[in-house]
Design a protein around this ligand. Sequence first.
Ligand code: AMP
Ligand code: ZN
Length: 671
Amino acid sequence: MSPAEAKKRIESLSSELKQHNYNYYVLAMPTISDFDFDKKLEELNALEKQFPEFTDPDSPTQRVGGDITKEFVTVKHRWPMLSLGNTYNEQELLDFDQRIRKSIGDNFEYVCELKFDGLSISLTYAGGQLLRAVTRGDGIQGDDVTTNVRTINTIPKRLHPGNYPDEFEIRGEVFMHLKAFERLNAERIENGEVTYANPRNFASGTLKMQDSAEVARRPLDCFLYFLYTEKQLFKTHWESLQAVKAWGFHTNDHSKLCSSIEDVFKFINYWDKKRFDLSYDIDGIVIKVNSYAQQQELGFTAKSPRWAIAYKYKAEQVQTQLLRVTYQVGRTGAVTPVANLKPVLLAGTTVKRATLHNADEIEKRLKLHENDWVYVEKGGEIIPKIISVNLEKRDPSATPVHYITHCPVCNTLLERKEGEAAFYCPNDEGCAPQIVGKMQHFIGRKAMNIDGLGDETIEALYQKGLIRTISDIYDLHLHSQALKQLERFGEKSINNMLDGIERSKQMPFEKVLFGLGIRYVGETVARKLAVHFKTIDNLASATFDELITAEEIGERIALSIMEYFSSQNHKYEIEKLKAQGLQFVTEEKELKLDSDKLNGQSFIISGVFEKFSRDELKDLIEKNGGKIVSSISAKLNFLVAGDNMGPAKLEKAQKLNVPIISDEELLGMIK
Ligand code: AMP
Ligand code: ZN
């Protein structure tokens, strides 16, 4: 390669890799596989070695990529957060082993760990309490995401007693379990939101949210794998892992001490198959030299430690051809594109369809053309995804696939909401799948669960022009003649259905509220709202500030609720449903007391608790005869304090000499 060609190639690789770093770290939407990224990085690295005169100090080979966003306070890392050297094959791993032997001799051990596919986090503890949590950022400085990290249950806010120093740092990986990922993605489909492509994106998107209430709704987990202390407490990494576990940290039980590279290969091969049985995604294995003294001897390169390396697994991929792209309109009007593929066998199942998520995926990331050959990969998810297009097989005359501009059902011009990736059909009162979908959601098992009425019947009743809104369902008994004309619908089924509809009027308010299908108001949120606001009238008239004081209700949900109740049609529909006898008030359950141990005592609950939600503690107090009051006064008997309570409250309570107790002490009073 001539110097001029090399210069050009270096520049183009640099700018491409910078964009990928940005996609990965900032947008949390990578558009290239790790494997391809690493290959390009390697090529760039080799060229820069050969032509050092063209190396840009800001080259992607010189830094670890950045995920710093302006919404968070930036914090400099005390010890830089480096990345790890990567390899995909056994030879390179053998080379790594050889380099180590040359440098420190043959007397050493490795620790093999799973490489969790999430995002790294650095936690600082002071006096045994969580002080700060910071993302990796560019390796030198990252975002302070402490408030969000406090919502992660497995990260201890307070440590067990132990021999840890007054201040230290510990690092690990924040991730989301596959089950939670699937459940939340399914919820997002139900709520008409765009889905996340994989658990890692979900986890990183979550940790970067401004709305901690929303973060708390999304269960994250964290494995810790590096301890950093000013003075060396332990001789080996392995010892430190055992110790931090005893202090209360979540460590991974599959880590293994290996005395030879052969043992390391055994570990790698074992997990190559077994990784699919784990409840979370891993993308490889991390191999670390165990002894700290030897680690020190080996030292670091500019980017990564010489005493550790990541061996990455290649995901199973196959090639197949795109037949056509179809579109589904959901209950909220969100239009989701689906790739229909020539059936192909992948990881034991036949794949015919892949999700395309949204318009950007088709037009910007994949730049999909008709009849393209695509690589399909199966991650932890059930629905496979298209990784990339095989450009060599593209027919030169093929035309690009464009995301549709109009609703495939009602032909209305589609709209995109600011900041959202999905397009919506705005014709919510005239677009059949939306109208039918809303009624199907209402009668569904998790909502009103109406006996004798299913999705197909709703469809048929809609086709016959008998129902268009939820309240029409409660007028069906007025149409007995028309009902009899429905095909395959005997008198008995009709009566069953009408009975079921009548009985559903007794369903509690929270179910009705969920059934209304307000965007972002899922099952749990509906329950919280019903408990907090008690009646639909209170909810409908609540201000933004009132809404966000309710547990788990953040800005996004609050705005959606306000938008819903600003519609005349929605108000009219609710009045009609009220007149028909549905429940719009939370029944005050007759308080059956468990004990009267807290009789006459008043309580305030503040902060967050590891084992209980605030509502649960409130319940517990009331069930034992105690009273919850709203403001701190000298008359208050107890302040139950969790983590992160407001300093003003704490100060006031201390001034007035109100006893401050923990949740455990409260339990002690009841037992
Ligand atoms: P890479 O980003 O490919 O350079 O890999 C390095 C990253 O792997 C680290 O920054 C961590 O976020 C992550 N990682 C996952 N599991 C481990 C582990 N057991 N030990 C060290 N790093 C890990
Ligand atoms: Zn439509």
